[in-house]
Design a binder for this molecule. Structure first.
Ligand code: HEM
Length: 386
């Protein structure tokens, strides 16, 4: 295989292409955020969701929407030091923008014409982008005011604080521009929410269908945490759950492909790619390749991952990359996995999950792979089964 195309744009279409210095600088800042223990904040958000579920016991519940609220709350709390209500409008607008972008992803644009004439989608997406920017700026301003008024000790308390610190960096070379600050906030709102939202929903679907794996996962959770809330030390020991997460990421990974801008002519295997084109390598092609995974490639079999990813892929590094590969891979991978494990542990401690007859299987790629008609399940409290 020849050299891979240069990493240009990531899967967040509103992010401008970045050079490697920028990425190092960015990761330094973002690293501070991920270095903190977010488990208590995640638990608090899951508890809010579960309190609501109390009233739904034994009734049908649509978990994709439920996890949308949960993951929005988690990212608002942990990254922006706010709550879902504050980010609500941003989430709603990002969601609209995603749908528009997704339906235009493979449309060809003719440079001069697209300057003279703008489609309804382009006009709408420009309007949404501007509104999102204004909202993000409001949140930024509110935080800065809090710092000035002494309500917040330092700018460094969460992801927004770290970004603001970079925005005010005294060294001009390291300073984050306002445009980048807004782009990072948008990326974080989207990346931190939509991906884990889909992952949790697809896992719950598989656990509802595969009762044996649901039971194995529950037994492991009870062995490690009993009826207590999850903690970091125990989360690291959740082997069965890791296998279930990996198998779900393989079959229904939220990221369908990794868009890349080819900036110069490059040989990619047998293909000679010209400069100035966009390509979309699909990870799902490799994740469902029978030559790598065997004839049962389409079946949910978490046991493939019993001895780790390397063994499951027969030591082929690029066969499994739900979080991307290389310098642009997901910075939120550990955070996402912890969030999913905390939420699933707390659900499995309390409920058995059965699939509702109302469920219709219809995955649809809208930047992430989503269940088009939601995922309806019925939750039975564990104590009533005893
Ligand atoms: C199951 C959950 C997730 C999946 C499957 C996922 C997947 C990915 C993938 C495939 C990429 C690389 C895109 C590319 O190479 O073009 C990526 C990048 C990224 N992810 Fe995630 N992600 C998840 C959760 C998260 C979370 C929770 C956060 C933040 C809290 C996050 C933040 C980011 C950021 C900021 C980038 C961009 C990195 C860069 O541009 O260098 N992700 N993610």
């Amino acid at each position: 295989m020849g050299k891979a195309p240069k990493a240009g744009q990531s899967h967040f279409p509103w992010g401008k292409p970045k050079d490697s210095n920028y990425i190092c600088h960015y990761c330094l800042h973002i690293g501070g955020f991920f270095g903190q223990n977010m488990t208590p904040a995640i638990i608090a958000s899951v508890e809010t969701m579960l309190e609501k579920w109390n009233a739904q016991e034994g009734k049908e519940i649509e978990v994709y929407q439920e996890f949308r609220l949960l993951t929005s709350e988690v990212i608002s709390r942990t990254a922006f030091g706010s709550n879902y209500m504050e980010g609500e409008k941003i989430f709603a607008m990002l969601s609209k923008l995603t749908v528009i972008m997704s339906r235009n992803l493979s449309k060809t644009r003719i440079p001069l014409i697209s300057k003279l004439w703008k489609s309804a989608d382009l006009l709408e997406s420009e309007k949404l982008s501007k509104e999102i920017k204004d909202r993000v700026l409001k949140i930024v301003k509110k935080r800065e005011d809090k710092v000035v008024n002494g309500e917040v000790n330092s700018l460094r308390s969460d992801f927004l604080g770290l970004l603001l610190n970079a925005y005010h960096d005294s060294d001009e070379k390291n300073r984050l521009s306002l445009e980048d600050l807004v782009a990072e906030c948008k990326t974080f709102y989207f990346a931190g929410q939509e991906t884990v939202n889909s992952l949790l929903a697809w896992i719950v679907l598989h656990l509802a269908i595969h009762g044996d794996w649901q039971e194995k996962a529950r037994r492991e959770v009870i062995d490690i945490f009993g009826n207590q809330n999850p903690h970091l030390e125990g989360i690291a020991k959740l082997k069965i759950m890791t296998m279930i997460i990996n198998e779900t990421l393989r079959l229904y990974g939220p990221s369908n492909g990794l868009p890349r801008a080819v900036t110069r002519e490059v040989q990619l295997g047998k293909l000679l790619l010209p400069a100035n084109i966009d390509i979309l390598p699909l990870n799902i092609g490799l994740h469902r390749d029978p030559h790598i995974w065997g004839d049962d490639v389409h079946h949910f079999k978490p046991e493939r991952f019993a001895k780790g990813i390397a063994k499951a892929t027969n030591y082929t590094t690029a066969a499994f990359f739900p979080f991307g590969l290389g310098p642009r891979s997901c910075v939120g991978m550990t955070f996402a996995t912890i969030e999913a494990k905390v939420a699933l542990s707390m659900i499995l401690q309390r409920y058995t999950i059965a699939l509702s007859p109302a469920y219709v299987h219809s995955p649809i790629p809208i930047l992430t792979l989503r269940p088009q008609h939601g995922i309806q399940v019925i939750l039975k409290p564990i104590h009533s089964n005893a």
